[in-house]
Design a binder for this molecule. Structure first.
Ligand SMILES: Cc1ncc(COP(=O)(O)O)c(C=O)c1O
Length: 386
């Protein structure tokens, strides 16, 4: 095979994800895993039953239609109308994907040319860097800095060059918990229009906002025709293993993303699509209870982390808390997380892995609070040993 590296150079250095490393460490040490962002309780029983029933009834067991089953596409458009007043045509403006992850990959592969620049909020969700690289494009970070983690919009303006093709915006933002304000969204939209940029919005935490409400960028003037909005069922309905996601946007944008998507997975998870259609139509009380439960868990874990000596940045959305380990006399989050299971039987994620500007993330550590109260209480009690 000669001396040429096996792995394509665009993926060089992107070995296994930090989640694999930390989840393996959790299993090996019997630690409480507050690393990876998955709930320890499944979503609503009736939605699980709907999936099981679809399998038994033979709905979706064979290749579903490429854009997604019509029932789910209709439910997605109803959801966008119900929560945001956004109208989409289920036939031409909606695409069902294998989770938000595939939607992100297909959108970036479809819309980018080698040499294009993508400005993304840093810290980045880890698949962004890999997919931008696979598209042959270059990522340009707009760094969210502690303690406020707000985007510096003058810096954003300065980062835009003639090569900038796309803004990749994640709100509510993982891992900082930042929810962009109406003013921030307005400025981002104005810059996108002024420089004729495409925008991808990753809104997978849209229903996990604790103060105010989630506002889709696509709702702002001039944005509908340039925005690929992405979400998924994983976080909202606590079925992260089902991998049902979706894209909404103009017919032209959706057609482009569909072109890439059809050669990635072609289609996905037929029976789950029926169940997610039901889930999207759950009453408001479902969404309110989800949020209230997670708010209580956020406050429980935030208080425990503060009592253990961390500087806690209380998130406005998502189910993650970012902390700074400096008050504990620590400086290196990666080293801290690698030793934490042995020291006190808890696993967390070092934020530094989500940064290009590693200095901005070196002492930050992320904790997931989508876990049973008893698990969070036990984690907090173990962390007191620090
Ligand atoms: C910001 C963000 N985008 C996308 C995803 C992936 O979503 P899915 O599981 O639907 O592929 C995640 C999952 O953690 C995420 O945090």
């Amino acid at each position: 095979m000669g001396t040429r590296p096996l792995l394509n150079r665009r993926l060089a250095g992107m070995g296994s994800t930090i989640f694999a490393e930390m989840s393996a460490l959790a299993a090996a040490t019997g630690s409480i895993n507050l690393g990876q962002g998955f709930p320890d309780r499944d979503g609503p029983r009736e939605i699980a039953e709907a999936a099981a029933q679809a399998v038994l009834d033979g709905r979706g067991n064979q290749y579903p239609p490429g854009p997604g089953i019509p029932e789910l596409r209709a439910a997605i458009t109803e959801h966008q109308q119900r929560f945001y007043g956004l109208a989409y045509d289920p036939d031409t403006e909606v695409l069902v994907t294998a989770g938000a992850t595939e939607a992100i990959a297909a959108a970036l592969l479809a819309l980018l040319e080698p040499g294009d620049e993508v400005i993304a909020l840093e810290p980045f969700y880890d698949s962004y860097a890999a997919c931008i690289a696979m598209a042959g494009a270059t990522r340009v970070p707009l760094t969210l800095r502690a303690p406020a983690f707000r985007p510096d919009l003058d810096e954003l303006r300065a980062l835009i060059t003639p090569r900038t093709r796309l803004l990749l915006i994640n709100t509510p933002h993982n891992p900082t918990g930042t929810v962009l304000t109406p003013d921030e969204l307005r400025t981002i939209a104005e810059l996108a229009c002024e420089h004729d940029l495409l925008v991808i919005t990753d809104e997978v935490y849209e229903h996990l906002v604790f103060a105010g409400a989630h506002r889709p960028l696509a709702a702002l003037p001039g944005m509908r025709e340039r925005t690929v909005a992405i979400s998924s069922a994983g976080k909202t309905f606590s079925f992260t293993g089902w991998k049902v996601g979706w894209v909404t946007g103009s017919p032209e944008l959706v057609a482009a993303v569909r072109t890439a998507k059809q050669y990635l997975t072609f289609v996905s998870a037929g029976p789950f699509q029926y169940a997610v259609a039901d889930a999207l139509r759950l009453p408001d009380s479902y969404f309110d209870t989800l949020r209230a439960d997670l708010l209580r868990k956020r406050d429980l874990l935030a208080a425990g982390l503060a009592a253990a000596g961390f500087e806690v940045f209380r998130p406005e959305g998502t189910y993650f808390i970012t902390t700074d380990i400096t008050p504990l006399g620590e400086t290196d989050g990666l080293e801290f997380c690698r030793k934490l299971p042995e020291r006190c039987g808890v696993v967390a994620i070092p934020n530094v892995v989500f940064y290009d500007n590693t200095e901005a993330g070196r002492s930050l550590v992320r904790w997931a609070f989508c876990k049973a109260d008893s698990v969070l209480e036990e984690a907090v009690s173990r962390l007191r040993r620090l």
